[in-house]
Ligand binder design. Structure first.
Ligand code: MTE
Ligand code: MO
Length: 406
């Protein structure tokens, strides 16, 4: 039943419940992974750190993020950001496929229809907001007038609620539509033989379809190609190796020869040479240790990743003093947590480590990396590096460590 109200004409013969459902099925299988890894990252980041800020009722029952396996955060963060990025073409294709619905007329037909449209608004708005804030965080870290973590987290819950409602409402339609055509047959159909899906009540099929400019096979190939392209442009940031050079979407994913990415340089963090010179001391409870003092303590070497919220990660060989040795030195042989401060002021000025993170045999106050002194940009004179600890808490330019027995 359609009124004669003029509406924009969408005439692509490709639009229809089958094509929308193919995109929908891909997202249904993959978005839950993005959601779950995102929530895990929230736990890894947020425990005891005060970020995200106060999210009220949305606060998740947290658990202590473990220090093992060492690659855990690299995996959850890499999947969250990597999959989130490669799915962008699929999300855009799905939005394209349902554009006629946005011009539904009359806009509200019944209470149920109004509820459906509101959930669609939250769904589309939510996913675009998450993509936009995520991308901005990668490209222009800390360029927000608001907290990225809080905004992305609250946006996530809006999206999750709308996503669950949408799946519950549309699942039967999706299954029916997927069964209405054979994927194999579509993949064998060239443009000349491409025809509209039969008209149905979904309102997706064009009433007066234009001749096809592309087959469904071509459309799926285009989206698949987009996914591959984004994949090639981003995978290097996590996998490293030769692909790292192709990680164009990630400014900090590209590194100088023989070095690894720097999240924020010493200059940007306003660390002065005087702060880090011979007069530098590590404050350890009542103790005050110079860099030579630290180098005289037993040194331990471990190969450990840094994984950043921006999605890039890397594995390097770190050498320094075990945190648990420092705790013993400070008179806290059974540390329950450690409070670390940096010479730097601002958002990275402090971090709290939990018991597993402090006690791990590979948890270090690193003085060297890859057999050389730490560079100023990587945190000279000393920085924290702990297995599975989010990069953001691997504090550079450490000023003090306070081990706590509670
Ligand atoms: N003091 C301080 N520590 C810091 C940061 C910072 O900006 N200031 N950046 C953090 C972030 S977000 C990451 S991912 C890692 C990156 O370490 P790198 O720059 O040595 O690669 O350092 C962490 N430690
Ligand atoms: Mo980071």
């Amino acid at each position: 039943m359609r009124t004669s109200r003029p509406r924009p004409r969408f005439r692509s013969p490709l639009r229809g419940p089958w094509l929308t459902s193919v995109f929908g099925a891909v997202l249904l299988a993959s978005l839950p992974i993005v959601i779950i890894t995102g929530l895990l990252d929230y736990v890894a980041y947020g425990q005891g750190q005060g970020i995200p800020g106060d999210v009220g009722l949305l606060r998740l029952p947290g658990f202590d993020w473990p220090a093992r396996p060492a690659w855990l955060f690299r995996l959850t963060q890499g999947l969250h950001v990597g999959l989130g990025l490669v799915l962008v073409p699929v999300v855009l294709a799905k939005l394209w496929s349902v554009i006629p619905k946005l011009f539904d007329w009359p806009p509200v037909r019944s209470l149920a229809h109004a509820a459906e449209r509101l959930s669609l608004l939250l769904l589309v708005g939510g996913v675009l907001f998450e993509i936009a804030t995520g991308l901005l965080n990668i490209q222009y870290d800390y360029a927000f007038g608001f907290s990225f973590y809080t905004a992305h987290y609250i946006g996530a819950w809006v999206f999750i609620a709308a996503f669950v409602a949408h799946v519950a409402l549309k699942l039967p339609t999706m299954i029916r539509a997927l069964r209405s055509r054979s994927l194999r047959a579509e993949l064998a159909t060239p443009r000349e033989r491409t025809e509209s899906e039969p008209p149905d009540e979904t309102g997706l099929v064009a009433e007066d379809p234009a001749p096809p400019t592309m087959s469904r096979r071509g459309a799926l190939g285009l989206v698949g190609g987009g996914v591959l392209l984004v994949g090639v442009l981003t995978a290097g940031q996590t996998i490293g190796g030769p692909l790292r050079g192709a990680a164009l979407l990630l400014p900090r994913g590209r590194e100088p020869e023989g070095d690894f990415p720097v999240n924020r340089t010493a200059v940007a963090a306003r660390i002065s040479a005087a702060d880090t010179g011979a007069a530098w001391r590590l404050t350890l409870g009542g103790l005050s240790l110079s860099r030579p003092d630290l180098l005289a303590l037993p040194q331990h070497t471990a190969r450990l990743p840094i994984a950043c919220v921006e999605g890039w990660s890397t594995e390097q060989t770190w050498t320094g003093v075990r945190l648990r040795d420092l705790a013993a030195l400070a008179g806290v042989p059974e540390p329950a947590s450690a409070f670390v401060t940096s010479l730097e002021q601002g958002p990275f000025a402090q971090a709290t480590l939990n018991a597993a993170q402090v006690r791990d045999p590979d948890a270090l106050l690193a003085l060297r990396v890859n057999g050389r002194e730490l560079s100023l940009d990587h945190g000279f004179p000393a920085r924290v590096i702990v297995p599975a600890l989010p990069g953001v808490h691997c504090t550079k330019w450490v000023r003090s460590i306070e081990f706590r027995s509670v």
